[in-house]
Write a protein that binds this ligand. Sequence first.
Ligand code: PLP
Length: 466
Amino acid sequence: MQYQSTRGSAPTLGFEDVTLAGLASDGGLYIPESWPAFTPDQIRALAGLSYVETAVRVMAPFVAGSLSEEELRELCTAAYGRFSHGAVTPLVQLDHQHWLLELFHGPTLAFKDVALQLLGQLFERFLSRRDDHLTIVGATSGDTGSAAIDAVAGRAKIDIFMLHPDGRVSDVQRRQMTTVRAPNVYNIAIDGSFDEAQALVKAMFNDAAFSRRFNLSAVNSINWARLMAQVVYYFYAAVRLGAPERQVAFSVPTGNFGDVFAGYVAAKMGLPVAKLIVATNVNDILHRALSEGDYSQGQVVATATPSMDIQVSSNFERLLFDAGGRDGLALADQMRGFEASRAMRLTNAQREGAAHLFGSARIDADGMTMAMRWAYDGAGQIVDPHSAIGLAAAREAALDPSIPVVTLATAHPAKFRDAVERATGTRPPLPARVGDLFAREESYAKLPGTFDAVTAYVAERATPRA
Ligand SMILES: *Cc1c(COP(=O)(O)O)cnc(C)c1O
């Protein structure tokens, strides 16, 4: 499989290079040159397979040329063996039409584990082939940091430096990062906001000499391998609900548009997806883009669903490219316009290409609370605030009752205990596997939010390239 950039002027690359590169050299995102197609018989044959076997079948075409089926199986077995549920991503029924797909049984209790556990395995495999070394640098407001750290802790050939804004992540989130004791993990509390931490990371990448010397790499959701790993659970869930004979709809709590784009890929591959509902909180740029064609950046408002407090969704570019007719140079122009004015209109082709499959909804705090109560009162299920946004959008969509609607449950409710308690009166306990989180010793550096302080810290500890 070869991959092309959404902006039309970077070289096409194979899967291994795309995984290690992250962003394309022209500023675009990598996407397969064509979508692999599954016949109804091939989808039928997924019935009854384990998660790992489903993952091998669904991902094999994407890694062709870089990994054998046996190697892929080995990496998936290692990645998903760390999940605490035998089904890896179990389905839970809420009523005659609505289901939850629980994506939070990984080591850090958020759906990002599904992709990052595999990415950690892929990095290690590819780096040892090349005898190369990577330095991952990131800024986190919570979930991505802990999932990335867990995925690479203790791995040879990778160091990870994770910046978080001091005092501005929850205790659970901070401890999930700072209690990981491995010689290649460095946590840094920055005196400043998340945006300032993010700006420091960008500045390090923009320093070409520094970036080359330490082979800097990012793990955010623009990495194609992360999206690929997320395609699997759409197949896994839909097959259990009757695909390919029956259509299934999905509602996806959305921030960077990575998770829901994986659903689009599944549909392109032949999975009978009736609808993909993009659920946003009041930071609703995607809802405005999909319903009115208006992609214009607003001010980010802090909500009870911090992982969705986003006003620019990096993966949306992949949809604009594919649905809009795959004209990379035209899209590069359009994106340059957006970067200059922070606003753009979708083209007619982009709107029509998306309209077939996507619906969207903007859910405010009341809608979120009502969905949490509905799941708790009707089915005894405690859902986290992000999943509740998805559930509210799923119910609002009022689809034909013959179509099962699966809401992706993206975080364990215990990660957001205060918000859950406010809505339902019940405080979810931390699951046993992280139960001693508050007894473990923390270790992290506190640094001023200056470029010099952070780069000096990294340069002293990271492994320079040979
Ligand atoms: C990251 C995240 C999301 C948003 O996913 P995207 O792929 O960025 O759209 C939703 N919920 C939770 C809990 C997350 O951590």
